[in-house]
Design a protein around this ligand. Structure first.
Ligand code: NAP
Length: 280
């Protein structure tokens, strides 16, 4: 089965739109997302434009604040502090990557945890790791929602995650632990990755290397979630050799059209959750 991430994302967005239209009847404000965009890095411009369009489609007010590439770190920190205090702002996102003069850690630490729609602030990271209520990073949340469309109860399943980034691998592991999976994470210093990968009931790859996972790395009937976005011969591909692995997997996400659309839908979901939490 090919998991249709685009369709699942549309369904989630419809639900969000519906909820916002109901909220509009009783609240004087609407959910709003402010994105800080620094420089002219083409993929960032595309992502931000996409986020703006999809926000508007569901009824989220979108505000993009653009800065030149040489903006000072202090200017960005001051802007974030203002946005933290602004009652009309439900969510704040600083588009990564950042230019060298700006310290990512300082930026992430300055965004108020209650407006941190990316879920990167250590407060949210710690709450997720402790099993408490938190804002969950969008891509792992999207992956979990897709996995649960295939298998409602993940208890006892062995999940193997390739990649240990703060963005993907680590929060994914926390989410799957919460679901009672046995979780293995492997990374660039791991030995014999194939021997781990081939035992996975759920295999998640967030590596950034095209065709990294071959057919013989995958157990029969595994659920395979490919987070990777890579360019190969002018085409966008994931980390998994899709054509071969799809013959073996119980379910697999394509790239494009798998995890990517769910990431944006989950950003909208997080913005709505922040709005609701701030307005109660
Ligand atoms: P990242 O920060 O570069 O992390 C990559 C991870 O893969 C690291 O943990 C790294 O290990 C590991 N790795 C790299 N080469 C490896 C190898 N040969 N063997 C085993 N492990 C290896 O990347 P990221 O931000 O997590 O993103 C990963 C991929 O997902 C990228 O293609 C990115 O474009 C894509 N992505 C997609 C979405 C989406 O919405 N679909 C969202 C975000 C990212 P070390 O830790 O040891 O270096």
């Amino acid at each position: 089965m090919i998991i249709d991430g685009k369709k699942e994302a549309e369904l989630l967005q419809q639900k969000i739109k519906q909820e916002i239209s109901v909220l509009k009847k009783t609240k004087s404000k609407v959910p709003s997302l402010t994105v800080i965009l620094i420089g002219e890095y083409t993929p960032s411009l595309i992502y931000v434009k996409n986020k703006e369009k999809q926000s508007k489609d569901v009824g989220i007010k979108s505000n993009i604040i653009k800065y030149p590439k040489d903006v000072s770190e202090q200017d960005i920190l001051n802007k974030i502090k203002d946005l933290n205090k602004d009652d009309n702002v439900s969510g704040i996102l600083v588009q990564l990557p950042l230019p060298d003069q700006i310290d990512k850690e300082k930026i992430i630490n300055t965004i108020s945890p209650s407006k941190d729609v990316d879920g990167f602030n250590p407060n949210n990271v710690g709450n997720l790791a402790s099993g408490y209520k938190s804002i969950i990073p969008c891509t792992p949340l999207g992956c979990l929602l897709l996995i649960k469309k295939i298998e409602k109860n993940l208890t006892g399943m062995h999940a193997v995650i390739i990649g240990r980034s703060n963005l993907n691998g680590k929060p994914m592991a926390q989410l799957l632990l919460r679901e009672n999976c046995t979780v293995t994470i492997v990374h660039s210093k791991s030995k014999q990755i194939k021997s781990h990968s081939e035992k996975a009931d759920i295999l998640i790859t967030a590596v950034g290397v095209p065709n990294f996972v071959k057919k013989d790395w995958v157990k029969d009937n595994a659920i395979v979630i490919d987070v990777g976005i890579n360019k190969l011969n002018g085409k966008i591909v994931g980390d998994v050799d899709f054509e071969e692995v799809k013959k073996k997997a119980k379910a697999i996400t394509p790239v494009p059209g798998g995890v990517g659309p769910m990431t944006i839908a989950c950003l909208l979901k997080n913005t709505l959750e922040c709005f609701k939490a701030l307005s109660t």
